[in-house]
Design a protein around this ligand. Structure first.
Ligand code: FAD
Ligand code: UDP
Length: 394
């Protein structure tokens, strides 16, 4: 008898599996319908031997010391500050928009003070910032909004920025300095040996069994367990009772090129002319040295695997109906980006899962992350992660 069946081996499911096994000595079965652990953060060495992220670039950054400390139990880190260029008007300029972006784009030589006035002269103040359009137009005006944000957002979401919550474009700041980092969090680093290796360490515990290629619906009647933790899409769990919740999908086109470097930045965004939104070159992220290089294009799609909840009022209302159903299910916990319909980064999902574990054991998140059971982790060898094959059941 398992104490828990956990659906989904991404950050949400794996953190909870680790905590329940290691912190509370519970017996856990974690299943994923994909053929691998690590959810969307899954990385692997491709045929050429280059470490790539199957589901697009995953860059770790957080301001939370306890989240960083918790993950540090399972990985060493490689310090990495992410940088992005945008291809606009035939030029490659820093994104987020900063002093150099403006000077390069307009052939100016403004100082940080002058650029502040310049942007203020373009900005169209707005009484109440409600949408993703308001966020940008009120800061940098319509022209820059159209060059950098309008088409990218339409492409990425299939919606105009005026139809999306302010939270979406608020993720990208505007700067008057020359700081060209994409993030300014206090901890910015990549797992030294990749995300999958980190997940293997998390799940390496005698109390944790893993089943891959396994939809939980195939086993839920067969395998005895006490409680369910669900990290898949919430609408699917309730059989789409109120209709489908919109999740945006992507198609990834991976390529390897016979050259050391493909582009001049880790990520280049293509807001306007192209059908894809961005190209990522993985060696920048991982620090790997290799005579070839692997890249990925992201093509936004309406159909396909659910990757992004779509932040807008009508979707929040529909989610609220599913949340009411979820709250009435005292036998199931809903955790993670798809199950709680939140546009959360990895660190926020780790924090959410640690908070959930804290609730289960009556501790605050920080204490919950640190608590160890008497039975410690086994021998730390990631090779010993046990996976059950779905075929074993039949
Ligand atoms: P997931 O990783 O989606 O895991 C859920 C798992 O549940 C999946 O593996 C799925 O197969 C499984 N599942 C679903 N239904 C079932 C079922 N019926 N039975 C069995 N298994 C099921 N965050 C960052 O912090 N930095 C980044 O740079 C970043 N870049 C991103 C880029 C892209 C293209 C995307 C899509 C996301 C990015 N994120 C990034 C967000 C990050 O991927 C998520 O925050 C994180 O992976 C969410 O973890 P999760 O466990 O909630 O969900
Ligand atoms: N965005 C944009 N142009 C850019 C970068 C971002 O319009 O060059 C908008 C777009 O709507 C995007 C959102 O800002 O979806 C958030 O960007 P972020 O880079 O955080 O997206 P993610 O990495 O989550 O896909």
């Amino acid at each position: 008898m398992f104490d828990y069946l956990i659906v989904g081996a991404g950050f949400a499911g794996s953190v909870l599996a680790e905590r329940l096994a290691n912190g509370s000595d519970k017996k856990v079965l974690i299943c994923d319908k994909r053929p691998h652990i690590a959810g969307n953060a899954y990385d692997f060495y491709n045929d050429e031997g280059i470490l790539i992220h199957k589901y697009g670039p995953h860059i770790f950054h957080t301001n939370s010391k306890d989240v960083f400390d918790y993950l540090s139990e399972f990985t060493e880190w490689r310090t990495y500050e992410h940088r992005v260029l945008a291809s606009v008007d035939g030029m490659l300029v820093p994104m987020p928009i900063n002093l150099d972006t403006i000077n390069k784009l307009y052939g100016l030589n403004l100082t940080a003070f002058e650029v502040e006035d310049f942007l203020a002269s373009l900005a169209e103040p707005c009484d109440q910032i409600k949408t993703s359009e308001d966020v940008v137009v009120s800061k940098v005006g319509r022209e820059l909004y159209e060059k950098f944000f309008r088409n990218y957002t339409r492409k990425q979401w299939g919606l105009d920025p005026s139809e999306l919550d302010a939270s979406v474009t608020s993720r990208v700041p505007t700067r008057t300095t020359r700081d060209d980092r994409y993030f300014t969090d206090s901890y910015q680093a990549m797992p030294k040996h990749g995300y999958t290796r980190m997940f293997e360490k998390m799940l390496d515990h005698p109390n944790i069994k893993i089943m891959l290629n396994c939809d939980y619906q195939e086993i839920i009647e067969e395998i005895p367990f006490r409680e369910l933790i669900y990290t898949g899409p919430i609408d699917a769990f309730f059989n789409y009772r109120y209709g489908k919740l919109p999740y945006r999908s992507l198609e990834f086109k991976h390529e390897t090129h016979d050259m050391e470097q493909f582009q001049s930045a880790p990520v280049v965004n293509y807001p306007n002319e192209q059908a894809f939104t961005r190209i990522t070159e993985f060696k920048y992220l991982t620090g790997q040295e290799h005579k070839k290089t692997s890249i990925v294009y992201e093509f936004p799609r309406a159909e396909g695997d659910p990757y992004y909840p779509v932040p807008r009022k009508e979707n929040a209302d529909l989610y609220a109906k599913y949340k009411t159903l979820a709250d009435a299910r005292s036998d199931v916990r809903f955790v993670g980006r798809l199950a709680t319909y939140r546009y959360y980064n990895m660190d926020q999902i780790v924090a959410q899962a640690l908070t959930e574990y804290g609730k289960m054991v009556g501790k605050k998140r920080q204490e919950a992350a640190a608590a160890k059971a008497a039975v410690g982790n086994s021998n730390g060898s990631s090779a010993s992660v046990q996976t059950l094959n779905n075929a074993h059941l039949s």
